[in-house]
Design a protein around this ligand. Structure first.
Ligand SMILES: Cc1ncc(COP(=O)(O)O)c(C=O)c1O
Length: 454
């Protein structure tokens, strides 16, 4: 029998109090980074042979270190892709840790994997992929994109032995997320970027891009990556015509919806994703627009067996997991990681508690906030939209400003604890970018930020 350590009980109460206070506070203090030596001067050495004590370490975290971070769920955090995990999901993240579940194989993780699979079933249903399609939760969009690319290349090599040993090539558009190039590097594949003439990649442009490849490169083409909501502007590629070209050309069709995937649940924009149901694989990040805490991505495959061929690990000590007696769904077989956190559990709990309708509403709120912001921008003399709001992203210019003025404005708002909004570039021009995720952001929050652009 373990004895109960009273210090641990007190520590747990402190941690729970902090957690409850933090998640009840919808406008937490907007922290800002400090230089490392400055932080060290305040907190000192924290890892010592004797330890500094839990109370002390926790106090340093609560009073100093967390203040040097930006709460991603602040309602005026509109930079990058923010996040807004539900309170239920955050609390269940604690439960996920406390339950110590190994998420690689059904033999050890059955009950937890069951929860994940319930949430996954809903995600898959949003895509419209045919019966048999399924997926797994990953550490994020990057790992999901990588897992899909590995599966695609394996299928291409298994299909034709002449492809074995050939350096593979994928086609994507200039709107694709940086992780596509980065992950192509990991698998040593080449990337050809199609420069979209309008705003999104179309089937015709893809076909032209394929036709323009030299024969030796056409023979190396193993996948096309389309984007279901570009990170910079919220633009969705023309998935239905791209799907037709991929089918005709017999190349793997991957759709990166890491940011935009939540919008599959939003009736107002669902039609923009038509064609996604023909994808071979899809990335969706619940830690972006599905209100999960970090880190939680997902990769979904039309044909799970193809993913298993690529990812299933073999090892003498692992054979028991594949035995009859341990049968069930093994997440390790479908993505790059072996030992894994049951990271889909917080999403499952939150979905189970709130129901999927609440998710639909919260995602529609993000889309509405972008439309509201766009209308407010149009009414202000010194501001101008550079393109219509798309999904939950709005791009606009402050007339007459130089890139340096946008940068200074970002830093000032951050320093003042008012907002974190960063500039981006659109067609080589520096502009402001809003990305809405948090349904607690208000009209007034938008006005407060716009007023700083006077
Ligand atoms: C479209 C898209 N793909 C991939 C990623 C990478 O995802 P992660 O940061 O979760 O690895 C992002 C991140 O913003 C994204 O927006």
């Amino acid at each position: 029998m373990h004895t109960i350590d009273m210090d641990l009980v007190e520590m747990t109460l402190d941690v729970m109090k902090y957690t409850i206070d933090r998640i009840s506070n919808i406008t937490p203090e907007m922290g800002a980074p400090k230089k490392e030596d400055e932080l060290f001067r305040i907190v000192g050495e924290t890892v010592t042979p004797e330890g500094i004590g839990g109370e002390n370490a926790f106090q340093l975290f609560r009073d100093v270190l967390v203040k040097a971070t930006v709460p991603i769920d602040h309602p005026r955090h509109l930079a990058f892709v923010p996040a807004a995990p539900t309170r239920a999901a955050i609390m269940f993240d604690l439960v996920t840790s406390a339950s110590s579940i190994h998420g690689a194989y059904w033999m050890e993780g059955a009950g937890g994997i069951f929860c994940e699979n319930q949430a996954m079933k809903w995600l898959v249903s949003l895509t419209g992929l045919p019966e048999g399609a399924f997926g797994v939760f990953t550490s994020g969009g990057t790992a999901a994109n990588l897992s899909a690319m590995v599966a695609a290349r394996e299928e291409w090599r298994n299909r034709d032995s002449q492809n074995v040993g050939k350096k593979a090539l994928l086609l994507t558009s200039n709107g694709a997320h940086s992780s596509i190039q980065a992950m192509a590097k990991v698998i040593d594949a080449d990337v050809v970027m199609i420069d979209c003439q309008k705003e999104n990649l179309t089937g015709q442009e893809l076909q032209n891009g394929i036709n323009e490849l030299e024969a030796k490169d056409r023979n190396r083409l193993f996948a096309v990556v389309a984007t279901g909501g570009t990170t910079n502007a919220g633009i969705i590629d023309q998935l239905d015509t791209i799907a037709e070209v991929c089918e005709k050309e017999k190349v793997w069709f991957h759709v990166d919806c890491a940011y935009g995937g939540g919008a599959l649940a939003a009736p107002s924009v669902r039609h923009l994703f038509n064609g996604i149901e023909k994808a071979d694989s899809i990335t969706i990040d619940p830690h972006k627009w599905l209100f999960s805490p970090y880190d939680c991505g997902a990769v979904i495959y039309k044909d799970l067996e193809l993913a298993k061929n690529a990812h299933s690990q073999k090892g003498a000590y692992l054979e028991i997991f594949k035995d009859e007696g341990a049968q069930g769904f093994n997440p390790a077989d479908y993505q790059i990681q072996l030992t894994r956190r049951i990271r889909g559990m917080p999403l499952w709990f939150s979905l189970a508690m709130h129901g999927t309708n609440k998710y639909r509403q919260a995602i529609e709120t993000g889309i509405s906030l972008a439309q509201i912001a766009a209308r407010k921008i149009e009414k202000r003399e010194n501001l101008e939209l550079v393109r219509p709001a798309s999904l939950s992203v709005v791009l606009f210019r402050r007339k007459g400003w130089s890139p340096e003025q946008y940068r200074d404005w970002t830093y000032k708002n951050h320093r003042d604890g008012l907002a974190l909004v960063t500039p981006t570039t659109w067609k080589k021009e520096t502009v402001v970018r809003f990305c809405f995720i948090n349904p607690d952001t208000t009209d007034e929050d938008i006005d407060i930020i716009l007023d700083t652009l006077n």
